[in-house]
Design a protein around this ligand. Structure first.
Ligand SMILES: *[C@@H]1O[C@H](CO)[C@@H](O)[C@H](O)[C@H]1NC(C)=O
Ligand SMILES: *[C@@H]1O[C@H](CO)[C@@H](O)[C@H](O)[C@H]1NC(C)=O
Ligand SMILES: *[C@@H]1O[C@H](CO)[C@@H](O)[C@H](O)[C@H]1NC(C)=O
Length: 568
């Protein structure tokens, strides 16, 4: 408990931590779904057999023979960037992660640092403290506790006064859309929960429990099935209990300060899906947050990264800038805190990494977002090669009479391409096989883990592979992403990289000039932000309201956090 007491002293604006036993939640995890234990045991056995083999002999056993010389190079390179596995790494990421989890239930949690050459940014002491406090809150109020049963009773009763505790308030985040959207939405909900001292529970639909490990020790973040709002996953724009509908129907009045708890509804639905109206977006105003603060249950739907919008709220802005002195690291830290690939996904990631990426001196990730129905685009291929060669990510090709000279300082580059289509990586691969590179100084290997041809929303193996690919991209040294892609946003944030963004062409058969530009920030773009000044109560360009957020490089009306060094 010492840590918690320190936490309470630092974060003075919150109730002091209470001592309590956490066995109820722990038991719940095991008994609620006995089949999970079986799956876990099988997975564990599988990983125990497979992982050591891969880590010890992976590069030699599973890489094609042509790479053996490269593998030997990195084995000899003691102390250099080539050393693999890294000799020293901080498995807790400078205190971002809590210690004491069961290792076998989630190998990725403590192994991921070993796979990252870029150790990432340091979290602030305030953020670390806040995370430990949140873990304690999730333990006190989460599923299986008395507080949680009381809060469910309160929700069933429909009254906000009575048996619910003042201390335990909840945020339920609905999971839908592709895995990239789900990650951004969940991170956003978690940010909001941290700011408002709410317990975060995620809707278990779409395999949230299968793709990711539990992020909080001794408790679950998955909403248990007996939730009384049975149709919550269908909440949408016209749900009567949405915040904007409650305002419109005068069930709630935002301009009255300190509404007595008894007059507040027991829950409201926050609709921040991309079709949110200006009224829905009042969520981003201080006045409305004062009202929402005392409502015990919130259910939120978003498919976006809404964190830049939270900076528009004065109350949040002050806390956020303390939590993240380096502004553009919000997703970088929250993403690495929350999203640990489950053991099955971690197996996909590490086996691929060991075979195709570990040996290379430099690794370049190229994320090509195309839709299954689109035809292969020579213009896009040209955009990719122009971008990567112009900025020195990939070597230029030799022209004229070929001389076969192997430069003494030849570098090995592994290129990881992710795309629904294989055409782009096949073209790049043959380009570097059929032509020598201009200066003879690099050996280039191009690989693509999977190509599904069409996106299958909610299909199990598709989401598993998509998550593995996002994570693999985040393990590269340099990243090229497609404009507007949530997949790319997650990879850049986890990896702590400012990517080269392929600009969206105005005409799909013409390469944009310039073909790409380096992003000014690590953080994802909020695609559909509000355009409203809460103080002046009229339309405003929210990219110009506060210095911390400006418009995105890949989406003129989107919002994103600036990096602290580029902030005026
Ligand atoms: C989780 O349980 C362990 C063992 O009971 C305990 O040491 C640890 O403090 C608990 N963590 C939290 C966040 O309550
Ligand atoms: C959600 O909506 C779908 C389609 O309108 C319907 O079939 C389903 O029963 C609804 N689910 C719940 C829990 O209300
Ligand atoms: C796109 O560019 C091609 C080639 O320059 C041209 O033929 C076509 O008309 C353009 N399309 C549009 C919609 O401008």
């Amino acid at each position: 408990m010492r840590q918690l007491e320190v936490a309470a002293a630092v974060v003075g604006d919150e109730a002091p931590a209470r001592k309590q036993k956490h066995t109820v939640a722990g038991r719940l995890l095991d008994t609620r779904r006995p089949w999970r234990r079986v799956i876990k045991a099988v997975l564990t056995a599988f990983v125990l057999i497979v992982t050591p083999t891969v880590i010890l002999f992976g590069s030699r056993a599973s890489a094609p023979p042509i790479w053996i010389s490269a593998a030997n190079v990195f084995r000899r390179g003691g102390g250099s960037a080539l050393e693999w596995p890294a000799r020293s790494y901080d498995k807790l990421l400078n205190g971002l992660l809590a210690d004491g989890f069961d290792k076998e239930s989630c190998y990725s949690r403590y192994q991921s640092a070993m796979y990252r050459r870029n150790a990432g940014r340091k979290p602030s002491v305030y953020l670390v403290t806040k995370l430990r406090r949140q873990e304690a809150l999730q333990n006190r109020c989460g599923p299986g506790t008395v507080a949680y049963s009381n809060a469910l009773e309160q929700l069933k009763s429909g009254k906000s006064s009575g048996i619910g505790s003042q201390e335990c308030k909840y945020l339920v985040s609905i999971s839908y859309q592709g895995v990239g959207n789900r990650i951004l939405a969940t991170a956003s909900a978690f940010m909001y929960a941290l700011l408002t001292n709410r317990v975060l529970l995620v809707d278990p639909s779409n395999e949230m429990g299968e793709l990711f490990c539990e992020p909080f020790p001794n408790t679950t973040w998955l909403l248990p099935p007996e939730f009384p709002l049975t149709s919550y996953t269908n909440f949408s724009h016209d749900t009567a209990q949405s915040y904007s509908n409650m305002l419109r129907n005068k069930v709630l009045k935002a301009d009255v300060d300190d509404v007595p708890a008894a007059q507040l509804p027991v829950f409201t639905y926050i609709h921040l899906h991309h079709d949110a109206t200006q009224d829905d977006n009042l969520f981003f105003c201080d006045e409305d947050q004062r009202l929402l603060r005392n409502i015990p249950w919130l259910v939120m739907r978003t498919d976006s990264y809404i964190v830049p919008g939270l900076f528009l709220d004065m109350g949040f802005r002050e806390k956020l800038t303390r939590l993240f002195p380096e502004l553009d690291t919000v997703f970088h830290h929250l993403g690495r805190y929350l999203f640990h690939p489950s053991n099955h996904v971690w197996g996909l990631i590490t086996r691929y990494y060991d075979a195709y990426l570990a040996w290379a001196q430099q690794r370049v990730g190229i994320q090509v977002r195309v839709f299954g129905s689109e035809s292969n685009s020579p213009a896009l291929l040209e955009q990719i090669t122009m971008c990567t060669q112009k900025h020195g990510l990939l070597p230029e090709l030799h022209t004229g009479v070929e001389s076969i000279v192997r430069a003494a300082n030849q570098k090995s580059k592994a290129v990881l391409v992710t795309s629904l289509k294989s055409w782009y990586s096949e073209k790049l691969k043959s380009m570097y096989w059929e032509h020598a590179v201009a200066t003879g100084e690099a050996a280039v290997s191009v690989n693509q883990p999977s190509h599904e041809e069409f996106q299958h929303y909610g299909a199990k193996s598709h989401d598993t592979k998509a998550w593995a690919e996002i994570y693999l991209l985040s393990l590269t040294d340099t990243l090229v992403t497609t404009a507007w892609s949530t997949f790319g946003y997650v990879a850049q944030g986890l990896g702590g990289m400012r990517p080269w963004v392929l600009y969206k062409p105005e005409n799909n058969s013409v390469v944009p000039d310039p073909p790409c530009g380096q992003d000014f920030s690590l953080d994802p773009c909020f695609h559909q932000p509000p355009f409203y000044d809460c103080r002046l109560k009229h339309w405003a360009d929210t990219g110009k309201v506060v210095p911390q957020v400006k418009h995105c490089i890949d989406r003129a009306w989107g919002l994103k956090l600036v990096s602290t060094s580029t902030q005026k």
